[in-house]
Design a protein around this ligand. Sequence first.
Ligand code: PLP
Length: 418
Amino acid sequence: MIDGHGKRYLDGCGGAAVSCLGHSHPALIKAAQQQIETLPYAHTSFFTTDVMEELADTLVDSAPGMGKVLLVSGGSEAIEAALKLSRQYFVEKGEPTRHLFIARRQSYHGNTLGALAVGGNEWRRKHFAPLMMPGNHIAPCFAYRNKRDDESPEQYAHRVAEELEDKILDLGPSNVAAFVAETVVGATAGAVPPLPGYFERIRDICDQHGIHLILDEVMCGTGRTGSMMAYEQEGIVPDIVTMAKGLAAGYQPIGALLCRHEITDLISKGSGFFQHGHTFMGHATAVATSLATLKVIEKENLLDNVISQGDAIQARLFADLGDHENVGDIRGRGLLIGVEFVANRDTKEPLDPAKKTHNHVQRTAFENGLLCYGMGGTIDGRVGDHVLIAPPYNISDNHVDELVNKFTAAVTASFTQA
Ligand SMILES: Cc1ncc(COP(=O)(O)O)c(C=O)c1O
């Protein structure tokens, strides 16, 4: 990116993990232009469009177990639609008491009231709490912070998954509609992948109590972690999954909700329609651009690049910063990478939140010509600092070097100045 003064930046985070194909991919620009010339927009109550049909087919083909797609304009809209779809399904199934959602602390699901209610970030929620439905939160699967030394990773994963069972029993199983979780936690906790076995146990618990598993892949989906859907790496299939951010690579705003056939079949045979909608749903120009994005990812074999460059970046970060006294953890999956900062590596004591170290690192990197995404409140919404690295899927070896060199320099300078 080049700013108004001609200064050049390497985009190492794509805004918030959005710009997955850089900022000037000719295929995406052409797709948007062509669609505007053909038909920029058509309201979905009158028409479907060729590109909408093709995108829906492409998404269903690339999301194992999913049967239907709803195209919206962003991540929060996709989450709102997911909550409402789950609720409507249970009402039509004759289980109208199911109205509660369980989610996890240290997750972000969007800024609209329903999404904020299920989100587990205290700082974002607190002003609006009186306006929201009650939040029911359990612990995240966050081994660096919460695994006890006397537990194996498997024991820890099992322990935190069991919190879902306890919460369901607490709320009354017949009152619960769904469990909502980011498959790989993105911005709030800083790129935290689940441990093996965690989502398998979560799936079992949801099945046992007849509740939906809604996975939020707004940030970690669309190839960001090396598979088109992040859940493919967990050996499970959700009931509903949301996507947005990278879906049109930032060239257009778009989001999507996918669900199992069983959900739409029941509603089709019942009321016949999902009682929900937005004016810009399935916006033709956004949809055409999204379709082009998915084609580029496939044609340029970019999921392989996501995996190999993600590994390369993590290896380089370990080499350059693995011994730094203020770097507590380097983690992530594919090109969703987080670096957590601490005051003391041995005790994992966090930094003083008043110092806003995450901001300091982000600002120093910005001055050095690197965009990365700093966040505070990593541990509990108040304390903890991390920076997210989420470069485009087509990042080259040279840009990996530049990214790691500039990031290392920013971290070193930030702690030297502090
Ligand atoms: C995991 C997750 N879900 C939902 C959202 C909300 O998406 P949007 O900002 O497009 O409404 C975000 C945005 O950061 C997100 O990271």
